[in-house]
Design a protein around this ligand. Structure first.
Ligand SMILES: Cc1cc2nc3c(=O)[nH]c(=O)nc-3n(C[C@H](O)[C@H](O)[C@H](O)COP(=O)(O)O)c2cc1C
Length: 384
């Protein structure tokens, strides 16, 4: 995946980096750690050595060229937590320990995730140094609002590991979607029978959220219109929540004019009760439900698609490929991803990717791999 060098400094949030390293290793990243001498008072190097599987560096004791070797090794350099002390040193080109010297010797993408007491963080000297870093192209992962270790509430909490992982992926990804506005729908709609009962399906939203991740790493501005989901939401992406197919349709039609690429991944109900009762239906007798067709949002969009790229999804129990080809044509789509029913709500993903040119069969263990594959094919469509 990529080689991440993490510089850990002497802030109370240093312990949070342990969890971050676990997530990065799970995602396939190779990780090395440099600690400032002060950071060693907060977390022992043995913890980072065990979690990364690599020796931790804090001085030149064993290798006089450590700063050069580490700088050359890293594909992305993250300083987290970054104390206001180290942040100010980096902004002013000071190299008085292995970490700050390695920053000076490094030419790739540099990310800093500051964490400090609010007053320290808001100090005008620190804010000026932050401005300098941003102007120089350093990616500052803003701290969050919350209760801090000093028991005060304010801005200064280290960014969540999900946000940090997002920006690391952003830093190492190509930018094939820079300047593109992408609308993605995902999740399941609910069609209400009465205030507590509804018709729905098992869509988790995982593939749509994975696509949102991958496309925003590649520079797209992404808006997700999500029904009900169980998958973890992507950070740094705008998510508009809807409940019913009618709400989905209203919001999608509003966002559609803004978008260059539209990916309709949501499992929108094809039927809804003709009537929704305003109070809970009593169970004193049998109940017949009269279902009516919902609007076909995808077909509507196909009719007004203009120069947009429009991608649909098909879930079928039989004649998967033939039905997908038919749907591609009928709904005026550029691409359709056809899945057998067993992928719904499951981790793996397989099926066919169909375009006007032909089709490809695919099978992936995870939805993020699948999202990378689909994103690659969309990038090809854009550049063709
Ligand atoms: C218990 C404790 C917690 C600290 N937490 C932070 C912090 O969260 N952020 C920060 O900027 N400095 C914090 N400091 C101050 C730094 O440790 C101090 O500025 C130190 O010189 C930083 O060195 P370094 O940047 O080389 O790691 C803390 C100090 C102590 C004693």
């Amino acid at each position: 995946m990529g080689r991440v060098l993490i510089g850990v400094t002497g802030g109370i949030a240093a312990y949070k980096v342990c969890d971050l390293i676990r997530d990065l290793r799970r995602d396939g990243f190779e990780v090395r750690v440099i600690m400032t001498p002060f950071a060693e008072r907060f977390v022992g190097r043995i913890t980072f050595e065990t979690l990364t599987g690599n020796r931790v560096h804090s001085d030149w004791e064993e290798d006089p060229l450590a700063h050069i070797d580490l700088a050359r090794w890293a594909e992305v350099f993250l300083v987290a937590p970054c104390t206001v002390n180290t942040l100010s040193k980096i902004a002013n080109g000071i190299g008085d320990n292995l970490l700050t010297t390695t920053v000076l010797a490094y030419e790739g993408p540099l990310l800093v995730a500051p964490a400090a007491n609010t007053v320290m963080y808001k100090n005008p000297a620190v804010q000026e140094n932050l401005k300098k870093l941003r102007e120089r192209g350093v990616l500052v992962i803003d701290p969050e609002w919350g209760v801090l270790a000093c028991e005060e509430e304010g801005e200064g909490k280290l960014a969540s590991k999900e946000r940090i992982v997002h920006w690391i992926n952003y830093a190492i990804s190509p930018k094939r979607f820079r300047g593109k506005r992408v609308l993605i729908t995902c999740g399941a709609t609910r069609e209400y029978i009465d205030p507590v009962r509804f018709i729905s399906n098992e869509a988790s939203g995982e593939l749509g959220f994975s696509l949102a991740r991958v496309l925003s790493w590649e520079g797209a501005e992404v808006k997700v219109v999500a029904g009900f989901t169980t998958a973890e939401e992507p950070p740094e992406v705008e998510i508009l929540r809807v409940r019913t197919s009618e709400e989905m349709r209203e919001v999608v039609l509003k966002v559609f004019s803004w978008a260059d690429v539209v990916i309709m991944n949501a499992a929108v109900s094809d039927f809804r009760p003709k009537e929704t009762k305003s109070s809970k239906i009593k169970k004193d007798r049998d109940l017949n439900l009269h279902l009516e067709r919902t609007e076909d949002i995808l077909k509507d969009l196909g009719a007004r698609k203009g120069s947009r790229i429009l991608i649909g999804f098909a879930l079928e129990t039989e004649n998967l490929l033939d039905n997908a080809k038919k749907k591609l044509k009928e709904k005026n789509l550029d691409m359709i991803v056809a899945n057998p029913v067993d992928v719904i709500g499951s981790g793996h993903h397989r099926g066919y990717l169909v375009t006007k040119e032909g089709y490809e069969e695919f099978s992936f263990e995870t939805k993020i791999e699948s999202a990378r594959f689909i994103a690659d094919r969309i990038a090809r469509l854009i550049s063709s």
